[in-house]
Design a protein around this ligand. Structure first.
Ligand SMILES: [Zn+2]
Length: 348
């Protein structure tokens, strides 16, 4: 079972037809196992969707797999990056320093990149740690801070978090010669996440917006916004307005239908919204208290059984659901003098 679940990550490069190759690149000590980079090979070079993380092992893997196609790193024309998370962005920035490839990123990630750099310069906490105090989970902030301090294998901040060469606007058309992609802004996973749609080929390069096995984290980024889940749900609806397409996602195997997975994700979040509303049916709850009352992961684990990093994500996720319930008029929010926010059913 376990072997099957990770086959997409461990079985090497996969040819997908039409000059497209899925290249899984390793991620260190990461539950995600690997990140898919898609190589689009044309007569004049190769363009990549996402780049992987700036790690020696990832760079070596990419070099080897491109060599199987008769290509080298120097043949990369473009890195089209779906979002600013380091497993997608940082290898592109590193390779650009020695090679010709141009890096493109959604313009909505500009604020996140600026915030990441500010965090490194001032040694301050990113928003996803700061937010924990108001959510009643300050003790998790203290635990997680140590994990997130840069380690010896991490990319150098100054190098990895440079601006891209090009900011992609919503709707930007990318003419690759043998193929045309349209950029679509799909905020939610991060504020500036984009997907790339190949209408002729019936393919969606979905980044982390639609993942086949797991639900993407919501708004896990340096600049925290309350509307992240509302935006994510709209971005999922947007995918249903496109023709059903093949799903080429950043983590997991290729799937035949974007629509079937989008519908599953929408259903999942409606169920989570109902569970989250239930937690506020008595006394007002903080996001932390609400997160403690709902089951987590596919295995329905208790919140207290999660590691601190997963607890951080779980509290953020719960807050995102609580905020959607506010937007829908089903909950209200109050703030204590200490700045702790709790949620309650209006008129209850
Ligand atoms: Zn990712």
């Amino acid at each position: 079972m376990q072997a099957d679940r990770h086959a997409w990550a461990n079985q090497g490069m996969e040819e997908l037809g039409g000059g497209i190759y899925r290249i899984p690149l390793p991620l260190p000590g990461d539950a995600l196992t690997a990140v898919n980079v898609y190589a689009l090979v044309g007569p004049d070079g190769v363009d990549l969707i996402d780049s992987g993380m700036a790690l020696v092992q990832a760079r070596e893997r990419l070099t080897k797999d491109l060599a199987l196609l008769g290509l080298s790193l120097g043949d990369i024309r473009n890195f089209f990056i779906t979002h600013v998370h380091q497993d997608h962005y940082t290898l592109a920035v590193e390779l650009r320093t020695t090679l010709a490839g141009k890096v493109s990123l959604g313009e909505g990630e500009r604020v996140n990149l600026e915030a990441i750099r500010a965090v490194h310069e001032r040694h301050s906490d990113p928003g996803f740690i700061e937010m924990l105090y108001g959510m009643g989970a300050g003790h998790i902030a203290d635990q997680v801070r140590g994990f997130l301090a840069p380690g010896p294998g991490d990319p150098q901040p100054g190098l990895a978090w440079a601006d891209p060469d090009r900011w992609l606007t919503d709707g930007a058309v990318l003419d690759l010669g043998s193929r045309t992609l349209r950029t679509l802004h799909t905020p939610g996973h991060t504020s500036g996440h984009v997907v790339f749609h190949d209408a002729t080929g019936g393919i969606l390069f979905a980044g982390d917006h639609i993942l086949p096995h797991i639900t993407p984290s919501i708004g896990f980024q340096p600049v925290i916004i309350r509307t992240a889940l509302a935006e994510y749900l709209s971005s999922l609806q947007l995918m249903l307005t496109l023709p059903d397409s093949k799903l080429f996602a950043a983590h997991g195997p290729v799937r035949d239908s974007t629509h079937s997975r989008v519908n599953e994700l929408l259903e999942h979040h409606e169920k989570r919204l109902a569970q989250t509303l239930e937690t506020a049916s008595g006394e007002p709850v903080t996001a932390f208290a609400a997160a403690n009352e709902i089951p987590w992961t596919r295995r329905q684990r208790k919140f207290s059984e999660l590691d601190p990093m997963s607890q951080l994500l779980a509290v953020g996720e719960t807050a995102a659901h609580l905020e959607v319930l506010i937007a829908r008029g089903q909950l209200n929010r109050q703030r204590s003098p200490e700045g702790i926010e709790s949620y309650f059913i209006p008129g209850a």
